[in-house]
Design a protein around this ligand. Structure first.
Ligand SMILES: C[S@@+](CC[C@H](N)C(=O)[O-])C[C@H]1O[C@@H](n2cnc3c(N)ncnc32)[C@H](O)[C@@H]1O
Length: 275
Protein backbone atom coordinates (compact mmCIF):
# COMPACT_ATOMS: atom_id res chain seq x y z
CA UNK A 1 0.00 0.00 0.00
CA UNK A 2 1.58 3.36 -1.01
CA UNK A 3 1.91 6.14 1.56
CA UNK A 4 1.88 9.93 1.20
CA UNK A 5 4.56 12.14 2.80
CA UNK A 6 1.97 13.64 5.15
CA UNK A 7 0.82 10.20 6.33
CA UNK A 8 4.44 9.07 6.73
CA UNK A 9 5.11 12.13 8.89
CA UNK A 10 2.07 11.37 11.03
CA UNK A 11 3.18 7.75 11.55
CA UNK A 12 6.74 8.64 12.35
CA UNK A 13 5.65 11.23 14.90
CA UNK A 14 3.34 8.68 16.48
CA UNK A 15 6.19 6.14 16.70
CA UNK A 16 8.69 8.74 17.96
CA UNK A 17 6.37 10.15 20.62
CA UNK A 18 5.56 6.69 21.93
CA UNK A 19 8.94 4.92 21.71
CA UNK A 20 11.69 7.39 20.88
CA UNK A 21 12.41 5.33 17.75
CA UNK A 22 13.30 7.64 14.89
CA UNK A 23 12.21 6.62 11.38
CA UNK A 24 14.30 8.30 8.71
CA UNK A 25 12.94 8.92 5.19
CA UNK A 26 14.60 5.70 3.97
CA UNK A 27 12.16 3.83 6.22
CA UNK A 28 9.16 4.94 4.15
CA UNK A 29 9.13 1.62 2.29
CA UNK A 30 9.07 -0.16 5.67
CA UNK A 31 6.03 1.81 6.78
CA UNK A 32 4.29 0.96 3.51
CA UNK A 33 5.05 -2.73 3.76
CA UNK A 34 4.29 -3.15 7.46
CA UNK A 35 1.16 -1.04 7.81
CA UNK A 36 -0.76 -2.74 5.01
CA UNK A 37 -1.77 -5.57 7.33
CA UNK A 38 -2.66 -3.22 10.21
CA UNK A 39 -4.83 -1.20 7.81
CA UNK A 40 -6.60 -4.34 6.59
CA UNK A 41 -7.23 -5.56 10.13
CA UNK A 42 -8.67 -2.16 11.02
CA UNK A 43 -11.03 -2.39 8.03
CA UNK A 44 -9.26 0.43 6.16
CA UNK A 45 -8.49 -0.10 2.48
CA UNK A 46 -5.43 2.15 2.43
CA UNK A 47 -2.78 3.57 4.75
CA UNK A 48 -4.47 6.96 4.37
CA UNK A 49 -7.65 5.35 5.67
CA UNK A 50 -5.73 3.92 8.62
CA UNK A 51 -4.13 7.29 9.38
CA UNK A 52 -7.53 9.02 9.23
CA UNK A 53 -8.86 6.48 11.73
CA UNK A 54 -5.83 6.91 13.99
CA UNK A 55 -6.21 10.69 13.93
CA UNK A 56 -9.85 10.49 14.78
CA UNK A 57 -9.34 8.21 17.79
CA UNK A 58 -6.25 10.14 18.93
CA UNK A 59 -8.43 13.09 19.65
CA UNK A 60 -9.70 10.95 22.51
CA UNK A 61 -6.73 8.75 23.56
CA UNK A 62 -3.90 6.39 22.55
CA UNK A 63 -5.70 3.09 21.98
CA UNK A 64 -5.18 -0.47 20.71
CA UNK A 65 -4.98 0.62 17.06
CA UNK A 66 -2.22 3.10 17.87
CA UNK A 67 -0.40 0.37 19.77
CA UNK A 68 -0.70 -2.11 16.86
CA UNK A 69 0.52 0.58 14.45
CA UNK A 70 3.53 1.45 16.61
CA UNK A 71 4.35 -2.22 17.28
CA UNK A 72 4.23 -3.00 13.57
CA UNK A 73 7.03 -0.46 13.09
CA UNK A 74 9.36 -2.01 15.68
CA UNK A 75 12.22 -4.31 14.76
CA UNK A 76 11.99 -7.28 17.10
CA UNK A 77 14.86 -9.32 15.68
CA UNK A 78 16.50 -11.47 18.37
CA UNK A 79 17.76 -15.00 18.88
CA UNK A 80 19.27 -17.29 21.49
CA UNK A 81 22.89 -16.50 22.45
CA UNK A 82 22.93 -13.67 19.90
CA UNK A 83 26.48 -12.58 19.03
CA UNK A 84 27.78 -15.27 21.46
CA UNK A 85 30.70 -13.13 22.80
CA UNK A 86 28.74 -11.28 25.52
CA UNK A 87 27.67 -14.69 26.84
CA UNK A 88 31.29 -15.92 26.73
CA UNK A 89 32.34 -12.83 28.70
CA UNK A 90 29.64 -13.53 31.28
CA UNK A 91 30.78 -17.13 31.57
CA UNK A 92 34.52 -16.65 31.73
CA UNK A 93 34.93 -13.26 33.44
CA UNK A 94 31.89 -11.39 34.72
CA UNK A 95 30.03 -14.11 36.63
CA UNK A 96 33.19 -15.50 38.30
CA UNK A 97 34.17 -11.95 39.35
CA UNK A 98 30.72 -11.04 40.64
CA UNK A 99 30.48 -14.34 42.52
CA UNK A 100 33.70 -13.50 44.34
CA UNK A 101 32.44 -9.99 45.03
CA UNK A 102 29.10 -10.93 46.56
CA UNK A 103 30.39 -14.00 48.47
CA UNK A 104 26.86 -15.32 48.82
CA UNK A 105 25.79 -12.23 50.76
CA UNK A 106 23.17 -10.90 48.40
CA UNK A 107 21.19 -11.52 45.24
CA UNK A 108 22.73 -10.86 41.86
CA UNK A 109 20.48 -8.68 39.71
CA UNK A 110 20.41 -8.86 35.92
CA UNK A 111 18.26 -6.75 33.60
CA UNK A 112 17.71 -7.48 29.91
CA UNK A 113 16.17 -4.24 28.65
CA UNK A 114 14.40 -4.29 25.27
CA UNK A 115 14.57 -8.09 25.24
CA UNK A 116 11.91 -8.54 22.56
CA UNK A 117 10.49 -12.10 22.71
CA UNK A 118 12.77 -13.14 25.57
CA UNK A 119 15.56 -15.21 23.97
CA UNK A 120 18.21 -13.03 25.62
CA UNK A 121 17.17 -13.47 29.29
CA UNK A 122 16.44 -17.16 28.70
CA UNK A 123 19.95 -17.56 27.23
CA UNK A 124 21.42 -16.00 30.39
CA UNK A 125 19.26 -18.22 32.60
CA UNK A 126 20.44 -21.34 30.71
CA UNK A 127 24.06 -20.24 30.90
CA UNK A 128 23.76 -19.77 34.66
CA UNK A 129 22.21 -23.19 35.12
CA UNK A 130 24.88 -24.83 33.01
CA UNK A 131 27.95 -23.18 34.50
CA UNK A 132 26.94 -21.64 37.85
CA UNK A 133 24.19 -23.92 39.18
CA UNK A 134 24.81 -22.89 42.80
CA UNK A 135 24.11 -19.24 41.84
CA UNK A 136 21.23 -20.00 39.51
CA UNK A 137 19.16 -21.70 42.18
CA UNK A 138 18.59 -18.97 44.72
CA UNK A 139 20.85 -16.01 44.27
CA UNK A 140 19.90 -14.46 40.97
CA UNK A 141 17.04 -12.32 39.82
CA UNK A 142 16.58 -11.77 36.11
CA UNK A 143 14.30 -9.06 34.79
CA UNK A 144 13.34 -9.00 31.11
CA UNK A 145 11.58 -5.95 29.70
CA UNK A 146 10.34 -4.53 26.44
CA UNK A 147 7.90 -1.86 25.32
CA UNK A 148 5.93 -4.28 23.17
CA UNK A 149 2.91 -6.01 24.71
CA UNK A 150 2.94 -8.64 21.94
CA UNK A 151 6.65 -9.46 22.46
CA UNK A 152 6.25 -9.67 26.22
CA UNK A 153 3.35 -12.07 25.79
CA UNK A 154 5.57 -14.31 23.71
CA UNK A 155 8.44 -14.02 26.19
CA UNK A 156 6.20 -14.99 29.12
CA UNK A 157 4.77 -17.97 27.21
CA UNK A 158 8.32 -19.11 26.41
CA UNK A 159 7.02 -20.69 23.17
CA UNK A 160 9.24 -20.63 20.11
CA UNK A 161 8.86 -21.95 16.58
CA UNK A 162 11.25 -24.53 15.13
CA UNK A 163 13.08 -21.89 13.09
CA UNK A 164 13.69 -19.85 16.27
CA UNK A 165 15.17 -22.70 18.30
CA UNK A 166 17.64 -23.61 15.57
CA UNK A 167 19.09 -20.08 15.65
CA UNK A 168 21.96 -19.94 18.13
CA UNK A 169 20.66 -22.56 20.54
CA UNK A 170 22.82 -25.69 20.97
CA UNK A 171 20.73 -28.87 20.47
CA UNK A 172 21.75 -30.18 23.89
CA UNK A 173 20.22 -27.10 25.56
CA UNK A 174 17.06 -27.41 23.46
CA UNK A 175 16.51 -30.95 24.73
CA UNK A 176 17.39 -30.06 28.29
CA UNK A 177 15.41 -26.84 28.79
CA UNK A 178 12.48 -27.07 26.34
CA UNK A 179 9.52 -29.34 25.85
CA UNK A 180 7.72 -29.87 22.59
CA UNK A 181 4.33 -28.19 22.51
CA UNK A 182 2.57 -29.03 19.23
CA UNK A 183 4.73 -27.61 16.47
CA UNK A 184 6.47 -25.28 18.92
CA UNK A 185 9.00 -25.64 21.69
CA UNK A 186 8.24 -24.27 25.14
CA UNK A 187 10.81 -23.37 27.78
CA UNK A 188 10.32 -25.61 30.81
CA UNK A 189 8.43 -24.09 33.69
CA UNK A 190 11.34 -23.89 36.15
CA UNK A 191 13.26 -21.70 33.69
CA UNK A 192 10.23 -19.56 32.80
CA UNK A 193 9.73 -18.93 36.51
CA UNK A 194 13.32 -17.74 36.83
CA UNK A 195 12.57 -14.56 34.89
CA UNK A 196 10.25 -11.69 35.65
CA UNK A 197 8.98 -9.96 32.51
CA UNK A 198 7.80 -6.38 32.75
CA UNK A 199 6.72 -3.70 30.29
CA UNK A 200 9.24 -0.86 30.42
CA UNK A 201 9.40 1.99 27.95
CA UNK A 202 13.04 3.09 27.97
CA UNK A 203 12.09 6.68 27.17
CA UNK A 204 10.05 6.94 30.36
CA UNK A 205 11.01 6.48 34.04
CA UNK A 206 11.96 2.81 34.53
CA UNK A 207 9.89 2.36 37.68
CA UNK A 208 11.16 0.70 40.80
CA UNK A 209 13.93 -1.85 40.35
CA UNK A 210 16.96 -3.01 42.33
CA UNK A 211 20.48 -1.83 41.52
CA UNK A 212 21.64 -4.02 38.66
CA UNK A 213 24.91 -5.98 38.49
CA UNK A 214 24.48 -6.63 34.79
CA UNK A 215 22.42 -4.76 32.22
CA UNK A 216 21.94 -6.02 28.68
CA UNK A 217 20.76 -3.13 26.50
CA UNK A 218 21.54 -4.54 23.11
CA UNK A 219 20.45 -3.61 19.63
CA UNK A 220 18.00 -0.94 20.67
CA UNK A 221 20.02 2.28 21.12
CA UNK A 222 20.66 2.23 17.34
CA UNK A 223 17.01 3.16 16.78
CA UNK A 224 17.17 6.36 18.86
CA UNK A 225 18.49 9.84 18.14
CA UNK A 226 21.48 11.16 20.14
CA UNK A 227 19.38 13.03 22.68
CA UNK A 228 17.23 9.97 23.43
CA UNK A 229 20.31 7.72 23.70
CA UNK A 230 21.86 10.15 26.19
CA UNK A 231 18.75 10.39 28.30
CA UNK A 232 18.39 6.58 28.42
CA UNK A 233 22.08 6.09 29.32
CA UNK A 234 21.78 8.70 32.08
CA UNK A 235 18.96 6.70 33.65
CA UNK A 236 20.71 3.36 33.05
CA UNK A 237 23.68 4.80 34.92
CA UNK A 238 21.50 5.34 37.97
CA UNK A 239 20.34 1.71 38.16
CA UNK A 240 23.73 0.13 37.38
CA UNK A 241 25.74 -0.83 40.48
CA UNK A 242 29.08 0.97 40.77
CA UNK A 243 30.90 -2.28 39.90
CA UNK A 244 28.24 -3.52 37.48
CA UNK A 245 28.55 -4.19 33.74
CA UNK A 246 26.60 -2.80 30.80
CA UNK A 247 26.45 -4.76 27.54
CA UNK A 248 25.44 -3.00 24.32
CA UNK A 249 24.93 -4.36 20.81
CA UNK A 250 27.86 -4.74 18.40
CA UNK A 251 27.09 -1.45 16.59
CA UNK A 252 26.44 0.55 19.76
CA UNK A 253 28.66 2.45 22.17
CA UNK A 254 28.58 4.94 25.06
CA UNK A 255 31.60 6.74 23.56
CA UNK A 256 30.79 10.39 22.73
CA UNK A 257 27.41 9.93 24.40
CA UNK A 258 28.06 9.49 28.10
CA UNK A 259 31.50 10.06 29.66
CA UNK A 260 30.40 8.38 32.90
CA UNK A 261 30.99 4.99 31.27
CA UNK A 262 34.33 3.44 30.45
CA UNK A 263 35.02 0.61 28.10
CA UNK A 264 36.15 -2.74 29.53
CA UNK A 265 38.09 -4.97 27.17
CA UNK A 266 37.90 -8.74 27.58
CA UNK A 267 39.52 -11.37 25.41
CA UNK A 268 36.19 -12.06 23.70
CA UNK A 269 34.94 -8.51 23.35
CA UNK A 270 33.93 -5.40 25.24
CA UNK A 271 31.35 -4.08 27.64
CA UNK A 272 31.06 -0.95 29.79
CA UNK A 273 31.14 0.04 33.43
CA UNK A 274 30.99 3.24 35.44
CA UNK A 275 34.26 5.13 35.78
C1 LIG B 1 16.13 -5.52 17.75
S1 LIG B 1 15.24 -5.87 19.21
C2 LIG B 1 16.59 -6.29 20.28
C3 LIG B 1 16.30 -7.52 21.10
C4 LIG B 1 17.45 -8.02 21.97
N1 LIG B 1 17.89 -7.02 22.89
C5 LIG B 1 18.60 -8.49 21.12
O1 LIG B 1 19.62 -7.81 21.03
O2 LIG B 1 18.50 -9.56 20.51
C6 LIG B 1 14.78 -4.22 19.74
C7 LIG B 1 13.66 -4.23 20.78
O3 LIG B 1 13.59 -2.92 21.33
C8 LIG B 1 12.25 -2.69 21.69
N2 LIG B 1 12.05 -1.24 21.87
C9 LIG B 1 12.01 -0.27 20.94
N3 LIG B 1 11.79 0.92 21.51
C10 LIG B 1 11.70 0.70 22.85
C11 LIG B 1 11.49 1.53 23.97
N4 LIG B 1 11.31 2.85 23.84
N5 LIG B 1 11.47 0.97 25.18
C12 LIG B 1 11.66 -0.35 25.34
N6 LIG B 1 11.85 -1.20 24.31
C13 LIG B 1 11.88 -0.67 23.08
C14 LIG B 1 11.45 -3.28 20.54
O4 LIG B 1 10.13 -3.57 20.92
C15 LIG B 1 12.28 -4.53 20.22
O5 LIG B 1 11.75 -5.67 20.83
Amino acid sequence: MPITIADFDYIRKLVYDRTGVFLSEEKMYLVESRLGMVAKEAGANSISGLVAELKQIKQQRFNQLHESTVEAMMTNETFFFRDINPFEILKTSVFPELLKQIQGDRTLNIWCAACSSGQEPYSIAMLLREYFPQLARNQVQILGSDISTAMLKRAISGCYAQHEVVRGLPTALLHKYFQQCGKEWQIKEHLRKAIEFRQINLTEPFGSMPQMDIIFLRNVLIYFDVQTKQSILARVRRVLRPKGYLFLGGGETTVNLDPAFELVQFEKGICYRLR
